[in-house]
Design a protein around this ligand. Structure first.
Ligand code: HEC
Length: 162
């Protein structure tokens, strides 16, 4: 009986252990919304060669600009334009543009997954927003866009390069 309980808590530990850093990062993100400074920074520091840092951050600012342009295009019912921005600047087609092959080898697996997840989600959004032009229902496209920003949020919560 005792052994069964011990085994159970071991299993719980094994299951929740790997999720803890992510849960903590999420918690900090949450605190951020309320304006409180996080007490500590649990993001994993990823060492990038100096000459890759500035281009990577420039790409990041372009990601944000692309999101803004996508939202603006949706608001103006320019759905095809929203699709091409997403595919070209955030989607699978943007991988070479972003020098993903240069930075990817320096990224831990979880960071690579968030990057790939973002590119896939953006390509899925491009399809969903084209569908919206046909169905007249933009909700699935907005949900697909939220799935893109979820990848930005997840990577930022887990990793830093400086
Ligand atoms: C694979 C991980 C990853 C993904 C996905 C990601 N980012 Fe980033 N981003 C980073 C890292 C790492 C930094 C640098 C954080 C630090 O150390 O300061 C960063 C920084 C930024 C910055 C600050 C740039 C600067 O000049 O300082 C912006 C803006 C940004 N990201 C926007 C986005 C947006 C928008 C998305 C999603 C469309 C996104 N990022 C997706 C990892 C990611």
């Amino acid at each position: 009986m005792r052994r069964a309980i011990a085994l159970k808590s071991l299993m719980i530990l094994a299951l929740t252990g790997p999720l803890m850093p992510f849960a903590m990062a999420q918690h900090q993100g949450h605190m951020h919304h309320h304006g409180a400074a996080p007490e500590s920074d649990s993001r994993e520091l990823v060492q990038m060669p100096d000459d890759l840092v500035r281009p990577m951050l420039a790409n990041m600012r372009d990601h944000l600009a692309a999101l803004q342009e996508i939202q603006s295009a949706i608001a103006q019912d320019k759905l095809d334009e929203a699709a091409s921005i997403a595919e070209a600047r955030l989607g699978m087609s943007s991988l070479t543009l972003h020098g993903a092959h240069d930075v990817a080898p320096f990224m831990p697996a979880g960071m690579q997954d968030a990057g790939t997840g973002m590119h896939r989600a953006a390509s899925r959004f491009a399809i969903a927003v084209k569908d919206a032009a046909v169905t007249g229902d933009s909700k699935p496209a907005l949900a697909a866009l939220a799935a893109v920003t979820a990848q930005c949020v997840a990577c930022h919560a887990g990793y830093r390069i400086r």
